[in-house]
Design a protein around this ligand. Structure first.
Ligand code: NG6
Ligand code: CA
Length: 519
């Protein structure tokens, strides 16, 4: 026997063997990955607790959202972290309380990226587990370093905080720049017509909402009187970029087409898609198919449009054969507002419809309607449908979805409530600090405590009760969902305990700064 020969041939066998086992391991991993559910977060903008018929909303039918509610877990105590957009989106994507970041406030279109590129995020968590990650829709978390040249590649942005593909509007529909941005580049930009943006002063000779009311198809009520795009006056000044400007009435169809394409192109392997729709935020610009459909004016019409879009999107998941392997989370970034700066008749055409439902307040408010929003988890064939009164927050999705995809997140603020989101438990959070314009309040059990805050009781222009009061406010939400009876004086012991729990989360220093003291 030639030992050398035997040695070499056994080496060859070993080598072939290890290639085979390597390959099969890879295949194993791939097939394991195939079984992992896709996750889609459908996130509306300013949709109220009473805007969805499944939530008791009157005078408006939202059949497609209702289907999600009827076939999934419909949360009645589901919260955005905040009563405005930017902080809520920050909490959703980072799992961190937004009041821990002093810049997490409504951002202008020129603001720098609010999320640090070193911070953990929902899409980064998914990506690390082999997921494909994408965003379609509203961003409003800042872009670049704050000195963005919109004619060059814009970075950092969603692609630098975990989204492998992004198709977004930078801020809001009422703020410039009014263009779509795909993976950091303005879509359809003509280099001979560069975009200039300024939030302080106008560009010479450019018409504005204040000076040129004759050019407007939608009249402004407060703010929103700078540059005019498509006959709609906006917040901020913009010059150039004509070919790239979006058509407001087509935005819903446009984003829907992008979301559908994303699903079709990524369905072979697990994906996380954040679909951030623009409705019913101002300016409310329903496609002509929906104009007049609700009988409640433009706000009702864009809610019907959004509901239709959701139906179409779910149809796509079904047609592509992945609905049963997709967990859908549906929610809204903050509560409702009627007149948010345009005379679009939203406050005149309500009939029986009350966007805040039985709740008090609205967008911008520390009362319930500011942050308590429609919140649904739906996973066909995997979730036993029910209504859950567990206390949950969008901020909890990071820790919870990490568990879903087989990893663990070391988080303080984001709680792992996967069992609650999948309907296996009703044990939600013990407590939650909610936020409105950097002011905070504590929800714990059935109670909510709103510390005394200076400021107007009712926001001037939008006509919404903000929650400011000279006294502590304490409500039992189980008995008094409309927050009509302040129990702070009748229940001093509960109030004391609530303040202690609040301070345990917010820190004693906050109380000191706010001069929160029990008499
Ligand atoms: C406010 C705007 C409001 C809306 C909001 C942001 C004015 C007077 N009001 O400053 O119209 O754009 O910001 O809404 O400009 S959010 O849902 O994105 O937080
Ligand atoms: Ca919003």
């Amino acid at each position: 026997m030639n030992f050398k020969k035997i040695f070499l041939s056994s080496l060859a066998v070993l080598a072939i063997g290890s290639t085979i086992s390597c390959k099969s391991k890879k295949e194993e991993k791939q097939s394991e990955n195939k079984k992992k559910p896709n996750v889609v977060v459908i996130y509306l903008d300013d949709l109220g607790y009473g805007d969805v018929s499944a939530y008791g909303g009157q005078g408006l039918e939202t059949p497609n959202i209702d289907k999600l509610a009827a076939g999934g877990i419909q949360f009645t105590n589901g919260y955005a972290s905040s009563a405005t957009c930017t902080p809520s989106r920050y909490a959703l994507l980072t799992g961190v309380y937004p009041w821990k970041n002093k810049d997490a406030r409504i951002l202008p279109g020129t603001a720098p990226l609010l999320i640090s590129t070193t911070q953990q995020t929902l899409p980064k968590m998914f990506k690390a587990q082999g997921y494909q990650t994408g965003i379609v829709g509203k961003w409003h978390l800042g872009l670049g370093d704050g000195h963005t040249d919109w004619n060059k590649h814009i970075s950092p942005g969603p692609n630098e905080v975990g989204f492998e593909s992004s198709y977004i509007m930078a801020a809001t529909q009422d703020r410039v720049p009014t263009v779509y941005i795909e993976n950091g580049d303005v879509v359809g930009l003509d280099p001979n017509d560069p975009i200039e943006i300024n939030y302080k002063e106008n560009f010479e000779g450019q018409p504005t909402g204040v000076d040129n009311p004759e050019l407007l198809k939608m009249m402004w009520h407060h703010g929103h009187n700078s540059s005019i795009v498509n006959g709609i006056p906006r917040i901020g000044y913009m010059k150039g970029g004509e070919a790239a400007k979006w058509k407001d009435e087509d935005m819903a169809d446009h984003f829907l087409a992008k979301a559908k394409t994303y699903v079709k192109e990524h369905k072979k392997n697990p994906f996380f898609l954040y679909y951030a729709m623009q409705q019913p935020h101002v300016p409310r610009t329903p496609h002509s198919r929906f104009v007049g459909k609700s009988g409640l004016g433009a706000r009702g019409d864009v809610i019907l449009e959004a509901d239709w879009v959701i139906g179409e999107f779910i149809k796509t998941l079904e047609e592509e054969g992945i609905l049963e392997n997709t967990l859908i989370v549906f929610s809204s970034d903050n509560g409702p507002v009627l007149n948010d700066g345009y005379n679009d008749g939203a406050d005149k055409t309500l009939d029986k419809h009350d966007p805040k439902g039985e709740l008090r307040g609205g967008k911008y408010s520390l009362y319930e309607a500011g942050t308590r929003v429609p919140f649904i988890t739906y996973w066909k064939g995997h979730i036993e449908p029910k209504v859950s009164d567990a206390l949950v927050c969008q901020m909890d999705l990071l820790a919870s979805l990490a568990t879903l995809v087989g990893t663990e997140e070391n988080t303080t603020d984001s709680k792992d409530l996967l069992d609650v989101f999948l309907g296996k438990s009703d044990k939600g959070r013990e407590s939650l600090v909610i936020e409105a314009n950097t002011k905070t309040a504590l929800r714990k059990g059935d109670w909510i405590m709103i510390p005394p805050y200076k400021g107007p009781k009712v926001a001037d222009q939008v006509n919404i009760e903000l929650g400011n009061d000279d006294e502590f406010q304490l409500y039992n939400l189980k008995q008094d969902i409309g927050q009509t009876h302040n129990l702070a004086k009748e229940q001093p012991k509960v109030l004391k305990e609530m303040l202690a729990s609040f301070e345990a989360i917010r820190g004693k220093n906050y109380s000191k700064v706010q001069k929160l003291e029990l008499k």
